[in-house]
Design a binder for this molecule. Sequence first.
Ligand code: FES
Ligand SMILES: [Fe+2]
Length: 441
Amino acid sequence: MLQEQIPDLAKCVEPDRVRREVYTDPAIFDLEMQRIHEKVWIYCGHETQIPKAGDYYALQIGRQPMLMVRGADGKVNVLYNRCPHRGNMMCGDRKGNAGEFFRCSYHAWTFQHDGRLRSIPMMESGYAGTRYGKDNPDCSMKRAARVENYRGFVFASLAADGPSLKEFLGKAIVAFDDMCDRAPDGEVEVVPNCFRVIQHSNWKIFLENQLDALHPSVTHQSTGRAAHEVEKDIAKRTKKGEAPLSYHMLSAFATLTIDKWDNFQTINYPYGHCVLTGYMGLRPQDPDTLAYDKIMIQKYGQKRFEEIVGVNIHHVLIYPGLSVQSPLQQLRAVRPLGVDRTLTEIWHFRLKGAPEAIYRRSLAYYNLVNSPATLINADDLENFWKCHQGLSSDGGDWVSFGRHLGRDLEKDGVVETAPNCGTSEAPMRNQMKAWAEYMRG
Ligand code: FES
Ligand SMILES: [Fe+2]
């Protein structure tokens, strides 16, 4: 039925352009939720968000309210946040501890942490001879069809069939390896809690911006310039002639011009995932970094240490719902709420075993670049809203992704941008290619 309403879905996506309805049509949005978000592996959260038995965290997968919950056996379960009795939402809070079991607030049906029915008040007298009871799976809370955990990062898929998480992530798995390997103890710990931002724009607009190397030196130029002025001023007034590294995180937006962004490269993988290589000065020689390096060398040896800190990544996009900046331990989860409303959860992590100063650096980036309070995020949010407004108008039918078209280098399903084409729109073309494949069903 939905398909009849959208007869020309295939015609919506061409290799270098996309129809505007893809961003604005509520019927297409519904189909996306069904064919993409409620099917593929979606990031639920990090297992350190729920350290104790009974801890839960509420999240959204597509249109489905879900719960990530830690069982007494230590296992992480992902359940629909719904009571099988009359449909009451099991947990109204975003997070908490359920105690030894879930207890529905409406008529006190209780459930184990893995969703299995535990008891119904006066079950025998109330339900003798009926189909309701512990043997009926419909009386338990429904579980996500598949749940997998990679190095502490928990994903769920609401479809029973499909690639495993590792197959799905493919080479983009580097996002989690790069983040965890940088920890002397080999793992990260989430910093509670996240920033939550609701953007008044379609979810794809956010994702397309993540590896858009063309925009930073334009969109964030004014913020970068202001930071650069302050940075220069501080440098002048200090003995060593240097400002704190955090100023550089912002000033780089002005000092890195478009031609310099072209020096980076994007690598575009199957399923719409992409990596943007290159990073701005992440191996400084300040005392904090040197102290960290020493701990890492003790743990891993010089050779492995060089391999770990030599991983050259700015950003990894895991389509359709995750943007990871592994060298700075940042992650943004994208949760579509409607055709023109998108929630992002902005998280950051601690490297276990690393000195506090290294965490402070991650926190500085979190606050200065990714938080809702920073001008960088505000610059982007305004663009997202304006894009959605423009796309809702009759001012044109197409969104163009033609930059450096035809210069990509393709081998074994992986598309690399050619040298000096870092600002290519290849990542957007790659995302829309995956989108079209998913939407074909
Ligand atoms: S709706 Fe949950 S026990 Fe009745
Ligand atoms: Fe930006």
